[in-house]
Ligand binder design. Structure first.
Ligand code: ADP
Length: 381
């Protein structure tokens, strides 16, 4: 008669456990038992590690646990991503990061010494925290501080640049005043020269502080941007008007090629400031008798407003950095032209605050700065 081997085994085990003879089990039943035991153990381990894993997943940094043997026993996705092939578990710190400094710190942490350090890995800067835990393991935390460090460096550069820019006119004013006091004031011709130096540099200081204030207001969102439907031709006309006197002095011909009735979503005051800065540059950085044209073209739902000149153009190596604060192609010439090096930084910030894009193309035929803004049908409410 056919007998179910499991039923036979169950019966034999019941007898054994009731004090009877030792059950003689079929090999397949033995294997089944071993597999069930293994599955049970695995489920238990999973249950034990579950809170640990949830905790690691909730940490916003790259985080993991270093076991006593120096290998990573648990890791969140951010830490896994740092490993070769996107895998971190089972690796030593050296295998994971290729950093001998970090491997040494991990070794010390496994001996019980908490460690904090900052290092560069995969072209980013990380703040690492190694915290020994009670059961001899180590919690590894890696925080990506690349952006913070970059912001700090930019701020440091900015303060250094601003101080340098302010010092130049202040030195000139102090020098001229001293010369006047030392006697030049009594010679009308000389006095005029030095008072003129004072006046020009005071104007430079005023321009610089105006630009710095504008920039800081835009960056800290204190320059209120109210987006509305703005008639491009009307704003372009106002901006051209504001630059007319400077253009006349340099015999620069200003042209407007903006079709009337074209509207963009913008802040009229901000857009005017953007165009004034661009037209002003087209006058300042081109030779006498040049031309500057403001145009507007429609392209899938957007309007590209451009200021084109026929000046000497901007060399390719400068184009990348041209919108940075205080960046000048030729510092001496730009200062002479009354530039602060902030005009294009203000343009970029104002355009971005209006949800637009800004760019530049330059070659031997001249320079074309463009601003792309969302097109709207007509003046709304
Ligand atoms: P600034 O306020 O000193 O004019 P910007 O930020 O407006 O500074 O411009 C930065 C630099 O870009 C200028 O110093 C100048 O060298 C260059 N530049 C800007 N516009 C033009 C242009 N239309 N043609 C040639 N060079 C330009």
């Amino acid at each position: 008669m056919f007998r179910d081997p499991v039923a036979v085994a169950v019966r034999a085990l019941e007898v054994e456990l009731a004090g009877g003879a030792r059950a003689d089990l079929e090999p397949s039943v033995e294997t089944l038992g071993a597999l069930l035991l293994e599955r049970e153990a695995r489920l238990r381990a999973l249950e034990r590690e579950q809170p640990e894993r949830e905790l690691l997943a909730a940490i916003p940094d790259a985080a993991g646990l270093l076991a006593r043997d120096g290998r990573i026993r648990a890791a969140n996705t951010a830490l896994e991503r740092l490993g070769p092939g996107g895998r971190a578990i089972g690796l030593t710190v050296l295998e994971l990061t290729r950093s001998a400094e970090l491997a040494e710190a991990a070794r010390r942490a496994l001996e019980g010494t908490a460690k904090r350090l900052e290092l560069d890995l995969a072209r980013r800067t990380w703040q690492v925290h190694l915290a020994p835990l009670v059961r001899g393991e180590v919690l590894v935390l890696l925080r990506d501080v690349t952006d913070t460090r970059m912001v700090e460096a930019t701020r440091r550069d900015f303060v250094a640049n601003a101080s340098h820019e302010l010092r130049t006119p202040v030195t000139a004013i102090a020098g001229a005043a001293e010369t006047l006091l030392a006697g030049a004031i009594d010679d009308p011709a000389q006095a005029r020269v030095f008072v003129d130096i004072v006046a020009r540099n005071a104007e430079r200081l005023a321009q610089l502080t105006r630009d710095l204030l504008d920039l800081s207001r835009i960056e800290s969102r204190q320059w209120p941007i109210h987006l509305e439907a703005v008639d491009v031709s009307a704003v372009a006309a106002k901006a051209l008007d504001a630059c007319a006197e400077a253009a006349r002095r340099k015999r620069t011909e200003l042209r407007c090629e903006v079709a009337p009735g074209l509207h963009v979503r913008a802040d009229p005051r901000a857009l005017e400031q953007v165009l004034v800065n661009l037209i002003d540059n087209a006058v300042k950085y081109t030779p006498e008798g040049s031309h500057a044209t403001v145009s507007a073209d429609v392209e899938d739902g957007a309007v590209t407003v451009a200021v084109q000149d026929d000046g000497p153009g901007i060399d390719r190596r400068h184009i990348q950095r041209i919108f940075e604060r205080f960046y000048r192609v030729d510092p001496g010439r730009a200062r002479g032209a009354g530039g602060t090096g902030l005009g294009l930084a203000i343009v970029k910030h104002l355009v971005q605050a209006q949800g637009g894009e800004v760019g530049v193309e330059s070659g031997r035929a001249g320079t074309r700065f463009w601003v792309r803004l969302a097109r709207v049908e007509a003046a709304g409410p």
